[in-house]
Design a protein around this ligand. Sequence first.
Ligand code: BES
Ligand code: MN
Ligand code: ZN
Length: 502
Amino acid sequence: MKLSFLADVNSAADTVVFPVFKGQELKGTLESLDSQTGGLIAQHYNASKHFKFKLGQTLVLHLPEVTGFSQAILLGLGDEEKMDADNAEIAGGKLAKALKQSGVAHAGVYMDYGVTDSDLSVDLLIAHLALGLNLASYDFDKYKDKREKNDDDTALDAVDFISSQSEVADKVYQMLDAMAQGVFFARDLVNEPPNVLYPESYAEIVKEKLKPLGVQVEILDDKKMLKMGMGALMAVGQGSIRKPRMVIMRWNGGKADEKPLGFVGKGVTFDTGGISIKPAAQMDMMKMDMGGSAAVCGLMYSLALRKAPVNVVGAIGLVENMPSDNAYRPGDIIKAYNGKTIEVLNTDAEGRLVLCDTLSYVQEQDDPKVLIDLATLTGAIMVALGTEFTGVFCNDDDLWSKMESSGAKSGEQLWRMPLGENFSEEMKSKVADYRNLGTVSRFGGASTAAAFLEFFIDKDRPWAHMDIAGTAWAHKDKPLGPLGGTGAGVRALHKLITDHYE
Ligand code: BES
Ligand code: MN
Ligand code: ZN
């Protein structure tokens, strides 16, 4: 799909779209179309029986031939005072659905009638409408027989946004589009089935995608990691014939002497639970247990695409957690890369073991000035926060306040969760330095997991852990994307970087 930002009326579009706020006057193209059709627009516009200007509400009007268009779509924008980037994206998402439903191939969205009183300027309104439309148009259908496609399933090829602010809107959109491409990459990775996406193939996909953009890609294979002493990550992977990998991506778009921002992702390409095996129901979902790593890859892709002026290192630990005669066991004591020992009490608490070695390696190699990890780490975070909020555990108030404000503006919702001495105490073992499971109870499972990770963070390093177990996967179609991988984390972190680190 091609999105264009034009100053002039474009005749190639077969459908015209008019985004309208509640009580919006008939002006510009909207008005001339109204007079051409003997008041057709005003008629529907005022008889608010069918159309109430609600955010994302659409009304399709069939037009007489004289107009040169086959149909018009009114797109409600709701109350002008309530318009912001988020709402614009939701309206754009709803528009994508309406266009698809009415079989539109080429639409022209007209914004030439002097909107708006809201805080969002017209150029931003247009750019975020376009972003919402783009994000919502994502589909993962590569494994479906293309011949079976419905005849009336016309693909939306092109959308033109017409306004006097087209140049600015275009510029803003280019930035947002780079971010959207990162979201799509992350969604694709999450949606790939686990027989196709496993550590070795994953590492190759990442290299092929990022290297051409100038990202340095380092791949550590299982032999290397074993030799290096990455005993925690390697223990999780030892039950599978798909051998572990670690991928380190470096984008140096900033000043040569500037320390990088560091991002680390959990990449369990399939989590059976291992010997502490999971129940059968919905185990297929555990192909999404690499969502944290996907977000890191998506973010790196976005930054490299738009040649962001920052230094960033992204590292992902890739393993498959399988039961087998060679699998690690509950009771095993393993040695992490930093030399600490860990008593394994449940092989299903594997994400923290993969992360701890990846976190250690990045800190040792790149000394990041800020370190953020993302992981589908615990079911407990879903119990606490549901599926719309990502839980954030942070050892630094300044970093958290940045994440809080940028997150809210990005369309993702972040919620701070507690770390603390009580949680840390629970993760200490009688026979080893640490244990991978809480001591007393299952209570606070997301916090004890985060407290375990905190043991592996160097003193004084600002660090945040994002538990995206609830947000990485959409259980149903959403306004900005279908059921499946969401790309959670990419938007929030991209916004964090543009707001605070460029
Ligand atoms: N990958 C799971 C967490 C998860 C659950 C992600 C549901 C997405 C949806 C993780 O590895 C896990 O199994 N965690 C256990 C930890 C427990 C054994 C301490 C959990 O949450 O039950
Ligand atoms: Mn698990
Ligand atoms: Zn897991």
